[in-house]
Ligand binder design. Sequence first.
Ligand code: GLN
Length: 486
Amino acid sequence: MTELHKLSIKEKLKGLKDSTFSSQELTESYLKRIKKLDNKINSFITVLEERAVKSAKESDQRYISGSALPLDGIPIAHKDIFCTEGVLTSCGSRMLSNFISPYSSTVVKNFEGSGSVVLGKTNMDEFAMGSSNETSYFGEVKNPWKKDYVPGGSSGGSAACVSAGLASGATGTDTGGSIRQPAALCGLTGIKPTYGRVSRYGMIAFASSLDQGGVLTKSAEDAAYMLKTMSGHDPKDSTSLNVEVPDFVKEIDKEIKGLRVGLPKQFFSMNMPEYVEQSINESLKVFEKLGVKIIDVDLPHIDLSLPIYYVIAPAECSANLSRYDGVKFGYRCEDPKNLEDLYMRTREEGFGTEVKRRILIGTYALSAGYYDAYYLKAQKCRRLVANDFKEAFKSVDLILSPTAPDTSFALGAKTSDPVEMYKQDIFTIPANLAGLPGISVPCGQHQGLPLGLQLVSDNLEESKILRMAHHFQLNTDWHKSWPELD
Ligand code: GLN
């Protein structure tokens, strides 16, 4: 039989419907691969073997009785930031290393309601802070393309597992690039939808005004299937958008001829490696052949994005992470002498270095006397960046750039220099600041490592970016290659 993990979601659904294979067979083939290969990349924190086989059998029953659900029997994985009832939900941290969630996030529930099979929970940077998946309490994740290289982060486990063919697709979250950057570094398609499109209920908070759930898959078509399932209004999330969710799968075939793509001058005047530039230029030729117009655009405040983010994200994280105090849930230090000692040692022992760094920066930026100078100023500048996009979308439909400044880098190469690490998200952070949807699509390789291009559109235009990505993939093969892991 064909290698089942290489089939697209559409092909898997057809195979299940036609009884070419059952969901149990499909699920067991993935579980077998995880057992054989995940020790090389460490992409899972928890594998839910029994639970997965049980839900696969239920899916098979629904196919037999003619009541199959939209993603019935498709094995996927969830980033370990999505609360899952009865299952360890660690957020990559010692602080939650004993936290069995008493409830499921809306995203997990939406996938359950679509019949998909959850293989397990994926590794990630601690509390989603990082760009290399080296800050996880559960150990670093390795890039399946080169095992001494990083997979990107913070959704590095999700990226590595899909890239290695250990799940059909995986959920991720993106606060400043954590879906798109690991997708680029692992040769995948990764979409962060519009802020508010996907419910944040039960998605452990890092920086609430920036966090957004999305997916990492092999192709834009697979992403359309998954995004359709996870999107939609949720009264349990006050920032959830009460708008109709388009049928991303149906809309993906629509023509892209006549669409206008903008190249931000500020990005393209930066120094980038010659192979990154070349991969972008070749991709532009593909789009031009498909009738897309390429135009230069000006985003005058875009250079401020990284500093703005590194005030706002730590500020929000310092507030969000104050709930981990050793009292209510999660890790608690041993033998506390008094309440203060309990707080201090729990937080000292439960959090890793990067998380502590951000809590300190954030607390400083929010403190009396500095609030106006840093936090308020950053919020004002954030508005300027959002306005730049608004202005640009008057003359273009999409904005294109590389996703990351380079290919993946060696494990340990940037751990001692946080600012170097932060620069990974230079192209992705602006979309989070403005709440816009963005996608990363594989567009080349250099020395055996994947490269990605990013497309950002105006609010709620995920269909447009998925369409663009799909047509690009109908005319290129980058998304079809697999790392050699077996
Ligand atoms: N790499 C960025 C950070 O460390 C973005 C993380 C994210 O998107 N969750 O904050």
